[in-house]
Design a protein around this ligand. Sequence first.
Ligand SMILES: Nc1ncnc2c1ncn2[C@@H]1O[C@H](COP(=O)(O)OP(=O)(O)OP(=O)(O)O)[C@@H](O)[C@H]1O
Ligand SMILES: [Mg+2]
Length: 255
Amino acid sequence: MIELLEVTKSFDTQPQPAVDHFSLCVQSGETVALLGSSGCGKSTTLKMINRLLDPDSGKILIRGTATTDQDPVLLKRSIGYVIQDAGLFPHWNVFKNVGAVLKLLGEPESVVRKKSQQALEMTQLDPTEFGTRFPEELSGGQRQRVGVARALAFDPDIVLMDEPFSALDGVVRDQIQDLFLDLKSRLKMTTIFVTHDLFEALKMADRIAVMHEGRLEQFGTASELIHQPETEFVKDLFSKPARQLSLFQDIQPGK
Ligand SMILES: Nc1ncnc2c1ncn2[C@@H]1O[C@H](COP(=O)(O)OP(=O)(O)OP(=O)(O)O)[C@@H](O)[C@H]1O
Ligand SMILES: [Mg+2]
């Protein structure tokens, strides 16, 4: 379980907090989407969960213990983290990137190799073909898949993903989303992923946390957000696609 209690974070660059009294409780095995427009505080929230950043106030509990009472290095190594834009080390080949955390955990080379290969296979990248390539020798979508493989390679029970599929085009994006849903149904990790794509949130998440200007607008299932929006912002956000779809429905053959 991941619990955020009234978490607030400000930066010197702007007067209003980037994340403002944000509370959220994610159950074990659940997939939650953090959905909101650019700059609303999604990445900052994710970074505070694995202590890349610390909140100014409020509390974050992971597996029942406050993150501030946990060793930051051990905490980071226990959470699979997919960085926005994949964040691969450019001078390391794919194998070395994917095995990075396993190595830090002190696993023997044979285990690092085996688990890295399995993780690449899970994300449908052939280890023989891609293992020895460097990030610059991959397409944007392949890089993102390596980023996902790296986060899953050490079987974490918690995975945080920051716009993991944003560099992928329609069809490939759809495929890797399906792949992740399939992995998820088998591995059952607790997942928080960031997206500004409403349809991705609807497809992937058990529940969606809608963020706006650092605050939580509403947290609920797709059905709750669509049928019982609690704020004008949520109502507007979810009624837009319905309006767009109705435009298509109005198009009659021959019109
Ligand atoms: N290290 C930092 N120093 C100063 N300001 C920051 C820093 N990181 C983020 N911010 C500011 O905090 C706000 C929230 O940023 P954040 O990266 O969390 O947004 P986001 O929702 O992830 O946006 P995007 O969808 O564009 O990735 C933004 O206004 C941003 O400019
Ligand atoms: Mg971001």
